[in-house]
Each structure stands twice: as C-alpha cells, then as structure tokens.
Write a new protein. Structure first.
Length: 370
C-alpha cells in the first residue's frame, strides 16, 4: 500500500498545508495510507487530533520522510536531502524559477512532480490545477489588502456628513488572480477597471461588469491563451500608455505574469510619481518598479506599494482546502506513474536520477552558459 506523507511547510510566512483532514478519508478510500508530520496543519487551523480522527497517523518529520512513498508539499522543503532515492515529491516546486531544486532532486534520485507545470488545456487536468486554485485565493486577498491599506472607503457612502465617492481601482492582468481581484473589489463597492494584453481576457473583464482599459498598445495572446512576452518595442509602447492611465486611480492591483517568463513591468517609477498621495499599489505579479516581495514601501510622494507575491498563504484555511483537493486529484491520476502519458510527462521534472522535463533542462543549460 502506498504511503502518502504530509510535511510541515518551512518557507517563511507559509501557513498552508498540502492535505487537510477532510481529504484523508478520500485518500484512504483510494487505497493510500496517510502519514502527517506533527503540527503540519497548525497554520491553517488543523490540529493533529483532526488528522488522527480522519484516519491519518501523526509522526515526526524524520518518520514521515523515512516511511513515505510519496511526500506532498506546497513549496520545496528546505531539507530536500532528507528525501531518498526512489521517493516521489509532489508540490508547487517552481523548477523554472530555481534550477538548483531540480538538480538536487535528480542527484538524490527523487521523482519530482510539479503542479505548476500542469497543462491547463487538458480537460482531465482541471481538478488538479493548483495554480488556478491558489490564484483565486490570492486575487481575493489582494482586494482586501488594498482596502485595508487605502485611507478612504472603497464603496460610495451617503451620510449626514455628505457623500463619499467610491474608490477607483485598476487591476492590471486579468488572469485568474486578476479577475478574482476585480470581482472582489466590485463586491466591496469600488468602481473597477481592468486591463490585459489579451483580447479574450478583455472580454472576461467586461463580463464581470468592470470597465475595460483600452490603450494604444498591441494585443499579445500567446500559446494556450496565456499572455506572450512583448517585444521591447511593444513593452515600451505599453509602459508609456500605462504611465498616463494609472494616474487617475486610487488603487492599482497588478497580477500579470508570463508562464515560464519574466513578469512584465507595468507600473514604472514615473507612473508611481503620477499617482496621488494616499494611493495604494498591491503587486502580486512582480510588475511594479521598486516593489519588494513581502514588504510595504511608502514612496516619497506618499504612495503605498505592497509587494505581495504569496497572498494565498495569508488565507491558509481556504487555500489549503483548495490545494488539498488538487493534490488528491493528482495522486489519483498519477499513481502509478506512467512517464509516457501526456499528462504525467508534462508535470514530471526528475525521474531515475535525470531531469526529464525539456523546459527545465533547457533553463538549467541556459543559466549555466549565461
């Protein structure tokens, strides 16, 4: 019988857990045993007793590593060397961001399955789409973070003291996180505008009831409906148009990313200078000049810039519940592993001591030669 091990996350500020107690029964019903590290779910308000009651066994981290056939996580653990030859690691491993991780996993003989490489165009993969589930949570939280940091009201309020106009919110990037940020800001009563380089995404923005920001800049739809990287000329044209456009907003939320590529710069230093004092910028996608992940910066003009790449971790209960369902779907579909299956191969990073994913191998080669 395959033993699934759940480890406690070690990244700073990470409160999510890869499997929640209600899903332990689902795995056991599928023929798996579940071993959970002590206090693995504490950050998401799931205590050890809840896992035990659901049918899991709670043990030390060393015991989980030693006894598990498959270890599930969110981010790569900081003790990768504790994994053994032939063991499987499943998580959001981001192998394109840090080539040292797949190199270490391959050297250890670990089979690594990364959910962020999931091909979203395959219909059978939808239940496994952890990027979508976590982006939904992050987009929701981004609107709340912006509302908390903003010194005014988001909705229009009519009181005996007069009428307060609603805040004007601009969301740049209308993927899953951006659309959820738009929807949440609208529910909070703001007047919301969205922007995306993809024409189909602009239609999605309009479908939420938000206004669509249209710039004198090219559309850029890439493979599979994702945004493609802009040429230098196109990017400069977009930046000039956005520099002017953002000045009219009270809150800007950026959520634009290119899969496997560098995040585009959408809010430049010039744009920040044009925002009025008291404006708030929440940066999910790494799109803002001077933004620092995990830090809040107040510019000399009085604009608050919040670097927020990991907002899903700040909503640990909801994010963990969604991720746990993704993990259960992955385990049901990928065990036993078939490297020749299209879906399996797409997520397989390392296997039998080799880096098997072509894009990951190419990224490592490029970094070595650059």
């Amino acid at each position: 019988m395959t033993i699934i091990g759940v480890i406690r996350e070690t990244a700073p500020g990470e409160r999510r857990v890869a499997l929640v107690p209600p899903d332990v029964g689902r795995l056991k019903g599928g023929g798996f045993e579940v071993l959970v590290e002590t206090r693995a779910g504490a950050g998401a308000w799931h205590d050890d007793e809840a896992y035990t009651a659901a049918g899991a066994r709670v043990a030390s981290r060393a015991e989980v590593y030693a006894a598990s056939d498959v270890v599930v996580c969110l981010r790569p653990p900081d003790d990768l060397e504790a994994l053994r030859n032939g063991q499987t690691l499943v998580g959001l491993l981001a192998p394109l961001d840090d080539p040292r991780v797949p190199e270490r996993l391959a050297a250890a003989g670990v089979t690594a399955i990364s959910l962020d490489l999931l091909p979203r165009t395959l219909s059978r993969a939808q239940a496994m789409d952890a990027l979508t589930s976590q982006a939904n949570v992050a987009g929701y939280k981004a609107a709340l973070v912006a509302a908390d940091a903003y010194g005014g009201f988001l909705p229009m309020l009519v009181t005996a003291a007069g009428t307060t106009r609603p805040a004007r919110v601009l969301v740049l990037g209308a993927g899953i996180a951006g659309l959820q940020a738009i929807a949440t800001a609208r529910r909070l009563g703001a007047v919301v505008t969205g922007y995306d380089v993809r024409e189909a995404a602009r239609e999605d923005i309009a479908s939420t009831g938000a206004s669509v920001l249209r710039l004198d800049a090219p559309a850029a739809t890439g493979e599979g409906g994702y945004a493609r990287s802009l040429t230098d000329e196109e990017a400069e044209q977009q930046r000039r148009a956005l520099d002017t456009a953002v000045a009219g907003f009270d809150v800007v939320i950026t959520a634009a990313q290119v899969p496997g590529g560098r995040s585009p710069l959408l809010v430049t230093e010039d744009a920040l200078e044009r925002l009025r004092p008291g404006a708030v910028v929440v940066d999910l996608g790494g799109n803002v000049a001077g933004s620092e992940p995990g830090r809040t910066v107040l510019t000399s003009r009085g604009v608050t810039v919040i670097g927020a790449p990991d907002l899903a971790a700040q909503v640990p209960e909801a994010a963990s519940t969604a991720y746990s369902r993704n993990v259960c779907a992955v385990l049901a579909a990928l065990i036993p592993l078939d490297p020749d299956d299209e879906l399996h191969a797409a997520m397989l990073v390392t296997h039998q001591g080799r880096i098997t994913h072509p894009r990951v191998a190419a990224a490592i080669t490029e970094e070595v030669t650059s």
